[in-house]
Design a protein around this ligand. Structure first.
Ligand code: PHE
Length: 365
């Protein structure tokens, strides 16, 4: 089961290699799935134009998980048992990827998450990979930036208790910021989908922090920013990659201006390879690619490279080829997979300014 030797699914023939994607195309994290799908599609289009893989064309089946872990698990199962894909790309939100990884690992179908940063995702087993850094690093990045660049002594934390990503990142940040001599004045929490954060923000205000760390997703963070200003909190907000969406600026308006978040990539990167990707993406989708699009693109290119190198298209062979990925030039940094199947990369810190992001600095592992 799920060896992927002969790609299945009705419209796919012997000259096609079928891949699968599970993404949040609707729901609270919709921009994550849509950007990722666009990035993947662009990479596969380029790969097919360059002759495909092992003389075959690449095709992808995409399922929506509605931003829900249960749906993500079901979609992964469908890709494995019904479509018999050679490999799965996705998801973005770590809680969704955790649910998918369980299924992919059990079936022996390789899975590459472009952008899930919670460390436990790749712990699910030797078929599970990622092309991004992990949260023990990302939490360190913002703690260091808060202490050394913003010179903050006290910070409060507001975490999403429904997200493995948010809980993990809040923990690392708290530990690192404290180790660096800072003090965490309050830790408050909410549940994804909540709309009223005033009670938590009022408790935070009473603890008088010089900044607030909000490692959540854009749909909640935008509203949190507005309500923080409403309850009289004027200090800077800080967050992680989950902030990365055009929608953040729409939801947060002027309340999110002057905030900072860590991310995988900055469109300001002058590297010609990155600028070419941005130009191609803009031509295809009419927007500047966000980090999700960049990592989606990189994940598909890493997959294509591994499929080409694999001795055949069986699960174990493709897994072994992915594991050997080394010095692969991505648009969101160079990908070398370590023994835990994670990429070790630097992070950027971005500032929200005039309704878009402004590159501030790069922090290395
Ligand atoms: N890292 C987030 C998670 O693991 C997902 C994410 C990545 C969101 C990049 C935005 C940008 O849940």
């Amino acid at each position: 089961q799920g060896q992927g030797a002969a790609p299945g699914g009705a419209p796919v023939d012997a000259n096609t290699i079928l891949l699968g994607q599970v993404g949040s195309l609707t729901g609270g994290q919709a921009t994550f799935g849509i950007s990722t799908r666009n990035g993947i599609e662009l990479a596969l289009k380029e790969a097919n134009a360059a002759g495909g893989v092992k003389g075959k064309k690449l095709s992808i089946r995409v399922y929506d998980n509605q931003s829900k872990p249960e749906e993500a698990a079901q979609a992964a199962t469908r890709l494995i048992t019904q479509d018999k894909v050679a490999l799965i790309l996705g998801d973005v939100a770590s809680s969704n990827s955790l649910a998918m990884a369980e299924k992919a690992q059990a079936a022996g179908v390789p899975m590459i998450t472009p952008s899930s940063t919670n460390p436990t995702v790749t712990d699910k087993g030797d078929y599970i990979f990622r092309v991004c850094f992990i949260d023990p690093f990302q939490g360190f990045v913002m703690a260091k930036f808060a202490r050394e660049n913003l010179k903050l002594n006290t910070v409060a934390v507001l975490q999403d208790n429904k997200s493995a990503y948010s809980i993990g990142l809040a923990d690392v940040f708290t530990r690192k910021f404290t180790e660096m001599g800072g003090k965490v004045t309050a830790v408050e929490s909410y549940s994804q989908g909540d709309t009223d954060y005033r009670a938590q923000l009022t408790a935070i205000r009473k603890s008088q922090p010089e900044g607030i760390y909000v490692p959540g997703y854009y749909s909640e963070v935008g509203i949190i920013a507005r309500q923080a200003r409403e309850v009289g909190l004027k200090v800077p907000l800080m967050g992680g990659d989950g902030w990365d969406s055009e929608k953040l600026f729409e939801l947060g308006g002027s309340a999110i201006e002057g905030s900072y978040f860590s991310n995988h990539y900055s469109p300001d990167n002058p590297d010609p390879r990155v600028q070419k990707f941005i130009a191609d993406y803009k031509a295809a989708y009419g927007a500047v690619p966000d980090a999700l699009a960049a990592l989606g693109y990189d994940s598909a290119r890493v997959a294509v490279d591994a499929l080409e190198r694999a001795k055949d298209l069986s699960g174990p062979s493709v897994r072994d080829a992915i594991a050997q990925t080394k010095d692969f030039p991505g648009v969101a940094g160079t990908v070398t997979l370590d023994a835990q199947r994670n990429a070790v990369k630097s992070a950027v810190v971005l500032k929200v300014e005039d309704g878009k992001t402004q590159y501030v600095t790069t922090i290395n592992p």
